[in-house]
Design a protein around this ligand. Structure first.
Ligand code: ADP
Length: 418
């Protein structure tokens, strides 16, 4: 039996999952980020990586064939000639790139995902204006740097992480407009996610009792890893995340880009992963109900009957997808006295928005929806699933797994099995 290790560097902590040849989970380990302010993130990441490796039993470690790591999208750093970070990393949500957005607008094609204050390219341009830039040789994403610690080669990335750096995922090269910028830094060589890079550094293999021929593969981003984990893999299959917000992702043979609605596509092998995010979702439910109330009131709803209430549940004005209107007012009236009726209206309305989102993607030529996997806490609500099924008119099922680390372990497995 061979084993494959996926490591997720997410927003709340790092997590490792080991799977076997049948994609069954054999071990899991966690490393939460502390609540205290961490001044040296890269050391903490390194500690997390090594701690997670140490938490896997020696017996399993001896048979790990491949490892892949995912990071948060657009968490980036600059390193010197030997891979040592020259400054603190910039995190996924760091908006300092706002100062270069006009420059980005003038060089990148209209509507390109790099035109955002938090894109990797915006961060690189901002970093290039800092004093530490003179010491930098390579620009890496979080996942690239962590994988480098294991395999020792500078600088390799994958086309999921590299999308917001401007890499052309259709032509599989850096575009001319990016080269024309002549940023004096080595950009990573980009490979498909889950491609073998090279074997582990001998020292790491020896320290952890990992096989010398264990391959380190390219990684991905946390949200794509979670999509891979869901089990969706055919055109028309989708994943809805019912967390604080509503996020939908649909696998399609057609690439869809529409900046007006915040839609862009990631490449997933021969397919495209497209989707959008709405501000509606569980945060609105949480505002009105406790989790216990959500459970008990949901059980009292007759999900086979449509609610007459037509809401657009938002906590504050504005949505982008499937309605692009920064001033869209929340619509939460009329509010019935009966909380069960009110919740029915909310669940029904969010389901309507979800279905509208999938319809919009299909209008833009995405493959017809065939099956919806569901992630997030809302996935456990059977009443909601029945309501959603009424709107979506396709099977609505739970995700096989919702953990990014599991999806990344699958990538590592496919990387060495294919
Ligand atoms: P996130 O990681 O985005 O915070 P979670 O997957 O943890 O999302 O989901 C949290 C949301 O799930 C909360 O906003 C909460 O209102 C909602 N939630 C919790 N229990 C239920 C339930 N039984 N039915 C529907 N939504 C629920």
């Amino acid at each position: 039996m061979n084993f494959y290790l996926g490591i997720d560097f997410g927003t709340s902590g790092a997590r490792a999952v080991v799977i076997d040849d049948a994609a069954c989970i054999q071990a899991e380990a966690r490393y939460p980020w502390g609540n205290s302010h961490v001044s040296d993130w890269v050391t903490d990441w390194q500690t997390a990586l090594l701690t997670l490796l140490a938490k896997i039993s020696e017996e399993l470690r001896r048979k790990i064939k491949a490892i892949a790591i995912n990071g948060t999208s657009s968490t980036v750093l600059l390193v010197d000639a030997v891979g040592k970070p020259v400054d603190a990393p910039l995190f996924y949500n760091d908006g300092r790139g706002l100062t270069v957005i006009e420059k980005l607008r003038s060089i990148a094609p209209a509507n390109h995902p790099v035109i955002s204050a938090t894109s990797s390219l915006a961060k690189l341009l901002w970093m290039s204006q800092q004093p530490t830039f003179t010491e930098a040789r390579y620009f890496l994403h979080q996942a690239d740097w962590l994988a480098f610690l294991l395999h020792g080669e500078l600088a390799i990335s994958d086309y999921h992480n590299a999308l917001k750096l401007g890499y052309d995922v259709e032509e599989l090269k850096y575009p001319k407009w990016l080269e024309n910028l002549q940023i004096p830094i080595q950009l990573p060589k980009v490979l498909p996610p889950g491609s073998p890079i090279r074997e582990l550094r001998p020292k790491i293999a020896a320290n952890f009792g990992l096989p010398n021929d264990c391959l380190v593969c390219t990684g991905t981003t946390d949200s794509i890893a979670a999509f891979v984990a869901s089990g969706a893999k055919l055109p028309g299959e989708a994943v809805t995340s019912l967390g604080s917000t509503l996020v939908i992702k649909l696998l399609s043979r057609t690439r869809i880009e529409n900046s007006q609605y915040g839609i862009y596509s990631h490449r997933l092998g021969d397919l495209w992963l497209t989707g959008g995010a709405s501000n509606t979702g569980g945060a609105v439910l949480k505002y009105f109900f406790t989790d216990v109330e959500l459970e008990s009131f949901s059980r009292q709803i007759d999900a086979s009957k449509a609610s007459e209430l037509d809401y657009y549940p938002l906590l504050q004005a504005g949505d982008r997808f499937p309605i692009n209107d920064p001033h869209l007012p929340p619509r939460l009236t009329p509010r019935p006295d009966d909380p069960v009726e009110f919740l029915h209206g909310l669940l029904e309305s969010i389901a309507r928005i979800e279905s509208q989102g999938y319809k919009l993607l299909q209008l833009m030529q995405a493959d017809p929806l065939s099956r919806v996997y569901t992630a997030g806490k809302g996935a456990a609500n059977q009443t909601w699933t029945t309501i959603r099924q009424r709107y979506l008119k396709v099977p609505v099922v739970s995700s096989v797994n919702t953990e990014a680390a599991y999806g990344t372990a699958l990538l590592a497995m496919r990387g060495v099995k294919n």
